[in-house]
Ligand binder design. Structure first.
Ligand SMILES: [Zn+2]
Length: 316
């Protein structure tokens, strides 16, 4: 039977191809478009993490050259950083060397050079003058997400008042140990205007917090894969561009070699995440699929529904 295809708003790479690699080739991006489509993904946002401004610009150029590729459609870009928290734990696997304060001139230049291709930007609202920055981003058509942050409740409220609309992978990109309350997770859960993206691979979030977030956010929750190039690769120890040494386990868990409690991104496609949610009994197929297709599509404000894909009837 045919159902709306998957829409992944956070894809760092897939099948050995890393969108953040300085040697990235347009043909490799085309290959990812084909491979993701085969997994049921009809549209996605290649995601560029904290990096040198010039490098990000050059990667956008390389990726955009593939925008006519057959397969999954590149809707635009998700910039995750470089305006995130430098605090250990909050920055996750991002390279602290390139983390910096918000820079509107650079963003304006990007949005001008690549017209309206920056769709989403994840930042930490504790930087100075974030309110003005968020307003300006919204004015030029960029959706603003809060993530990799240690912001206070007040800073989260101010950013949301200014137009921030999403919490990026809530429950991740945050230190392992936090004050029980207040902390940035509660502050974002309490803010009803914020949508939330979740990595539902069974490793990034425990079942209780995953379910709690869904219970609170209802229609404003969706799944992202946050897939790295390791999604679809064999288990082993690898060198990651953003995380240094990483370990990919047999059950597709990707962790930092220096501290295996720290995740280094996901190693599952959105399709695999949905299958794992269903297999683990966290959600039924219909609900899990909706969280990966219609919901992110609605969040982006796209018209209509995602392109239809064929899915075996027994799965539904
Ligand atoms: Zn992240």
């Amino acid at each position: 039977m045919k159902i709306s295809g998957l829409v992944d708003l956070q894809v760092n790479g897939f099948a050995g191809i890393d969108f953040n690699s300085p040697t990235l080739q347009t043909e490799e991006v085309e290959e990812v478009c084909r491979l993701l489509y085969a997994e049921g993904v009809v549209a996605f946002l290649p995601t560029l993490v904290t990096n040198d401004f010039d490098m990000i610009e050059s990667l956008i150029q390389t990726i955009l050259a593939a925008h006519h590729a057959a397969g999954a459609t590149i809707l635009g870009f998700h910039l995750e950083g470089p305006f995130i928290s430098p605090a250990p734990g909050a920055r996750g696997a991002h390279n602290p060397q390139w983390i910096c304060a918000p820079n509107i001139n650079w963003i304006r230049r990007l949005q001008h050079s690549f017209p309206n291709k920056i769709k989403l930007l994840t930042l930490a609202p504790e930087w100075n003058n974030t309110t003005t920055f968020v307003k300006e981003l919204c004015d030029i058509g960029i959706r603003v997400a809060i993530g990799h942050t240690m912001a206070t409740q007040e800073e989260i409220t101010l950013a949301t008042n200014a137009g921030a609309s999403l919490s990026t992978h809530l429950g991740n990109g945050i230190p392992e140990q936090l004050p029980r309350h207040p902390n940035p997770i509660w502050a974002q859960l309490a803010e009803n205007r914020l949508w939330v993206s979740l990595i539902g691979d069974g490793f990034h979030l425990s079942r209780d917090i995953f379910q709690t977030i869904l219970n609170i956010k209802h229609e404003k929750a969706f799944l992202v894969s946050d897939s790295t190039m390791f999604a679809g690769m064999k288990p082993g120890r690898y060198q990651s561009l953003i995380g240094g040494d990483v370990i990919l386990t047999a059950d597709a868990k990707l962790v930092m070699a220096e501290n295996e409690k720290l995740m280094a991104g996901s190693a599952m496609s959105l399709r695999k995440i949905i299958e794992s949610l269903v297999q683990n009994g966290w959600l039924n197929f219909e609900n899990a699929w909706e969280l990966g297709s219609i919901r992110p599509w609605r969040y982006l404000g796209e018209n209509g529904s995602p392109e239809l894909v064929e899915v075996a009837a027994q799965k539904v």
